[in-house]
Design a protein around this ligand. Structure first.
Ligand SMILES: Nc1ncnc2c1ncn2[C@@H]1O[C@H](COP(=O)(O)OP(=O)(O)O)[C@@H](O)[C@H]1O
Ligand SMILES: [Mg+2]
Length: 328
């Protein structure tokens, strides 16, 4: 293995990413100064309540922010040595799918009902790779087999409605990996699936990752999934990463009050599901953020300083950072 492709090499580096939307209420700072890095073969979990900017961050990485009203106003996205924000739309369309791919939230709506699954899987292959027709079919079958679709030769002509939910999820996964990207983003892929299919799908993603040393970004609000799937975690709140660390750092020593609250609200088996979201209050409106820490209004440890100045990211340990004044 060459050094340039070593397993621990940083494949994606995001620095101070800011994505804003112009709305009639004002500027919505959906993503505001997000930084993280991702290494080959690694799984990074991104967690946070709904509306905190997880999907907008990922759409920014893909450069799929609808503009207007959205705009990436600042930052750097270095993918395998090139800055995606400097690429022309044409150059970016070559990167999309082949170097970085996104599996979106709802597998049911991300497949087109009027095309066979084969043609949807090989669409990306046809765009990105210059290969003859016969080998396109071969490649499509190979990808379908990789995601464990039985009898791929006959399934390839099926339409989405002919498949079960679990199979459709696999097809969406197949589209994601069809051009062997270095980075695969899975945005809450399991929310609409039943538990058994969910477990199978998570295992599938892990297998695919091991086969090709894929770097995976996993978006979820389920800490159970984080524990099973991820090496590192970034916790997002109101458009910012408030804590990052190894999975053990986050579970054993949550250092931002928001992470602590999220972990405390994970339902225990013996408890009522009603307690799922135990954090009082609402995240702040992103067009009208208060000065200081955005979590201040919900924080049990709030101090005067928290309302005045946004805390820097403090080092908790070598692998662990949190943006909270209690650590100053
Ligand atoms: N097209 C848009 N116009 C205005 N605001 C948007 C648009 N898309 C997303 N947002 C806002 O960006 C914020 C972050 O959204 P999102 O990234 O989807 O959250 P998450 O994925 O964490 O649930 C939300 O407040 C949302 O309202
Ligand atoms: Mg989302």
């Amino acid at each position: 293995m060459t050094l340039a492709n070593s397993p621990n090499e940083v494949v994606l580096e995001v620095e101070n990413l800011c994505t804003y939307f112009s709305t009639r209420w004002g500027t919505v700072k959906a993503v505001d100064g997000v930084s993280f890095e991702l290494r080959r073969g690694e799984t990074l979990g991104i967690v946070g309540e709904s509306g905190c900017g997880k999907s907008v961050t990922m759409l920014s990485l893909m450069r799929l922010i609808p503009s207007p009203p959205g705009e990436i106003v600042n930052g750097r996205i270095m993918l395998e040595g090139q800055d995606l924000l400097q690429l022309s739309e044409n150059e970016m369309s070559k990167v999309r799918g082949s170097q970085i791919a996104l599996i979106i939230q709802d597998p049911m709506t991300s497949l087109n009902p009027v095309f066979s699954i084969g043609s949807q899987v090989n669409e990306a292959i046809r765009i990105h790779q210059d290969i003859p027709k016969r080998s396109i079919l071969e490649h499509t079958l190979e990808v379908l087999r990789k995601v464990n679709i039985p009898a791929a030769e006959s399934r390839v002509k099926d339409y989405p409605h002919q498949l079960s939910g679990g199979m459709r999820q696999r097809v969406v996964g197949a589209i994601g990996i069809s051009c062997e990207p270095s980075v695969l983003i899975a945005d809450e892929p399991t929310t609409s699936l039943d538990v058994t299919i969910q477990a199978q799908y998570l295992k599938l993603l892990k297998d695919l990752q091991q086969q090709s040393n894929l770097a995976l970004i996993f978006i979820t609000h389920d800490f159970g999934v984080v524990a099973k799937m991820c090496d590192r975690v970034a916790v997002m709140y109101a458009g910012k990463v408030v804590e990052t660390g190894g999975v053990r750092d986050i579970f054993n020593n949550p250092s931002h009050p928001y992470t602590e609250a999220l972990l405390a609200s994970v339902p225990k088996l013996e408890e009522d599901v009603e307690r799922l979201y135990a954090i009082e209050g609402q995240p702040p409106a992103l067009h009208d953020l208060p000065p200081g820490c955005s979590f201040a209004d919900r924080c049990p440890y709030v101090m005067e300083r928290c309302r005045e100045e946004y805390p820097a990211a403090f080092q908790v340990s070598e692998s662990h950072q949190a943006a909270c004044w209690r650590l100053a």
